[in-house]
Design a binder for this molecule. Structure first.
Ligand code: AHR
Length: 318
């Protein structure tokens, strides 16, 4: 038994407090503050984290913030009070984390950002940030559209379903997409509104877009597959053909998107992998072993147009 563990157990016994099983067994304890269960992607991400923790023999304290920053902050404070070994979280929005991250640092608990970044100048507040390059995902979506519309001079009216306001993927996917399409003035974003990464809101906002713009809409760019799937329903209910009357581009490449592509209702999905669990558990072990982690670990990802969907579907893991 190492000195730190022995001292912690002795202190608890001296104070007449129960010794947690994980501490008695010498298990690493990870506190994970998840965003919520807003999308198919998030469900797969949660599953990846839970199963990888089990596999790695790491005790996981898991909290679901239901897409509310105040819930995530509360969960992180609870992890600090419980003296977990490492805290990881996927920040629902980018800003407003300085205070709680400084509290974790003062308690000497290392923090890992999983999936999403924070907008804080002091990068000593976290050990590592692992996840996708969201700006590049937006660029991939933009490049696919530019290629599809190559050779045509007709104006292209785009409606954009944004992710959660203030979240890293919503900010970056917009930025990357605009960076590419701005090179050609025929592309115009005529409407842009948040659908909060959910199917229900994606449908609701698409209904409003259709009501306002109708047949003027040529392209839908959705920041995730769930919102695109919700929007597909709205397009069909409006008597139009998704992926034909309106070209649809989305992000994540979850199974639901593959099903929509195979059914001919979604044109393309840019991959964003939720399978961060094994990498996260390795990072937690490395931190405990005193190793230095890279400050940024970027996930490798592809892009899947509808033409390859049927072939790729059997090998998809989420
Ligand atoms: O942060 C990753 C994003 O969050 C996924 O693209 C989206 O589906 C999820 O809700």
């Amino acid at each position: 038994m190492n000195m730190q563990r022995r001292t912690a157990i002795a202190a608890l016994i001296a104070a007449g407090l129960p010794v947690p099983a994980a501490l008695a067994q010498g298990k690493i304890v990870l506190g994970f503050a998840q965003v919520g269960a807003e999308s198919e992607w998030r469900t797969a991400n949660t599953e990846s984290i839970k199963s990888a923790a089990k596999e790695a023999g790491i005790e996981l304290k898991f909290s679901d913030a239901q897409q509310k920053q105040e819930n995530q902050i509360k969960a992180i404070r609870a992890f600090i009070a419980q003296k977990v070994d490492v805290i990881a979280f996927s920040p629902v929005v980018e800003s407003g984390w300085g205070t709680v991250l400084r509290e974790a640092k003062a308690a000497k608990i290392p923090v890992i950002l999983a999936d999403r970044a924070v907008n804080e100048k002091d990068d000593t507040l976290w050990v590592s940030f692992m996840g996708s390059d969201f700006v590049e995902e937006g660029r991939k979506a933009g490049r696919w559209l530019v290629e599809k519309m190559k050779g045509s001079t007709t104006p292209v009216n785009i409606v954009e379903l944004q992710g959660t306001v203030g979240s890293a993927p919503a900010i970056d996917r917009k930025k990357g997409f605009e960076e590419i399409i701005k090179a050609d003035p025929k592309f115009k974003i005529i409407r842009c509104q948040t659908g909060d990464f959910t199917r229900a809101k994606g449908k609701e906002v698409m209904e409003a877009f259709l009501k306002a713009e109708g047949k003027k809409i040529n392209v839908l760019y959705a920041h995730n597959d769930d919102m695109a799937i919700g929007a597909i329903q709205a397009i069909e209910e409006a008597g139009m053909k998704p992926a034909k009357d309106i070209t649809i581009i989305s992000i994540d490449a979850v199974k639901g998107a593959f099903e929509a592509m195979i059914a001919g209702k979604l044109n393309v999905s840019v991959e964003c992998s939720p399978l961060l669990g094994p990498q996260l558990m390795q990072a937690v072990k490395d931190i405990k072993a005193g190793k230095t982690l890279p400050k940024r670990i970027v996930t490798e990802e592809g892009i899947f147009p509808m033409e390859v969907a049927a072939k790729e579907f059997p090998s998809r893991k989420y």
